[in-house]
Design a protein around this ligand. Structure first.
Ligand code: FUB
Length: 320
């Protein structure tokens, strides 16, 4: 039986990135905090300052809070807004990837390392060179290489980078022009830098045409997650202002990805953000909603439910 109650109720948590390390599920979420600020489209109300790591023996079991593992005051380059993180394991070390605004207010992606999955994590002194925007998702492709997918519209500043330089008030296309894409870069063997310049993860419709900017029910907004199932790469993400969790598939981690459908309709609260993980042969969707706070969009709670595939590899749609 899946639980739809919040997994964590002593803190507000969001944006859960779940991974199986040493047979246990480790959850790397954002840590939502109370704010005095009015809500706006740039997400100033998401003023998070630290991360906690959580673990479970099983997705249906109790959760252990391993405490604060990284605080913005310990990240030399960062000023505020520690948004959705992700984590990876390679060659005996754990890597925590996290976005934050730098001292100029521009989102960058940083890395912090640990010898344990539950941290604490020690940040690198500088963000990843050439990084920008938010919502890092790190994954290992079938060839053994690690990649970082990332990007988020509006407050996440993805639309500010279309010229290659930061343009503060830039807007994304909302007409028949192709929608903006999430980005992907291969990581260096030490996991600390981009080995390749970020490139577009193109998402097309069934006829191979890139999704249009006007197609807000399907186009990419934020929160990319990549997983491999039966030799196919699944790129799932949030459509942002239309609040869907949707997915697209490809035979290559670099795409192009073909849009497949929605697997989670809008949850209570503005944002929707997730991860998909396999544990002991069963698949699980970790996501958040704002039910515990009665719908306050910046006081969210992580949840989990089992995910099923149909025989053709499509993800069976779920209800939050
Ligand atoms: O939690 C802050 C931001 O809200 C995340 O980075 C986005 O994905 C959205 O969930």
């Amino acid at each position: 039986m899946s639980t739809k109650k919040p997994l964590i109720s002593h803190l507000f948590t969001a944006d859960p990135s779940a991974h199986v390390f040493d047979g246990k599920v480790f959850i790397y979420p954002s840590h939502d905090l109370p704010q005095d600020m009015a809500e706006n489209d740039l997400g100033d109300q998401y003023g998070m300052t630290d991360y906690h790591v959580f673990s479970q023996e099983h997705p249906e079991g109790p959760v252990t809070d391993h405490g604060e593992v990284l605080h913005v005051k310990d990240v030399p380059w960062a000023s505020r807004q520690m948004w959705a993180p992700d984590a990876a394991f390679r060659n005996g070390r754990y890597y925590l990837y996290f976005p934050a605004r730098d001292k100029d207010g521009i989102f960058r992606i940083g890395v912090a390392t640990s010898t344990k999955p539950q941290g604490p994590f020690k940040p690198e002194p500088q963000p990843i060179k050439g990084s920008f925007s938010i919502d890092p998702c790190v994954f290992q492709a079938a060839d053994g290489e690690f990649y970082l997918a990332f990007g988020g519209l509006w407050g996440g500043q993805l639309q500010c980078w279309t010229t290659g330089k930061f343009v503060k008030d830039a807007k994304e296309p909302v007409d028949s022009r192709p929608a903006l894409c999430p980005k992907i870069a291969k990581l260096t063997p030490d996991m600390l830098q981009f080995a390749t310049p970020p490139q577009d993860l193109v998402i097309t419709d069934a006829s191979g045409q890139p999704l249009k900017g006007s197609n807000t029910a399907r186009r990419y907004f934020e929160g990319p997650w990549m997983h491999l199932y039966q030799g196919t790469y699944y790129l799932s993400y949030s459509t942002g202002d239309t609040h869907n969790l949707v997915y697209a598939t490809s035979k290559s981690p670099l795409g192009p990805f073909t849009f497949r459908g929605r697997f989670l309709p809008p949850v209570l609260g503005w944002t929707t953000h997730h991860s998909i993980v396999e544990h002991q042969g069963r698949w699980w969707l970790y996501y958040h909603d704002a039910s515990l706070s009665g719908g306050i969009s910046y006081k969210r709670s992580v949840k989990v439910q089992e995910l099923f595939y149909e025989a053709d590899g499509s993800i069976r749609p779920m209800e939050p």
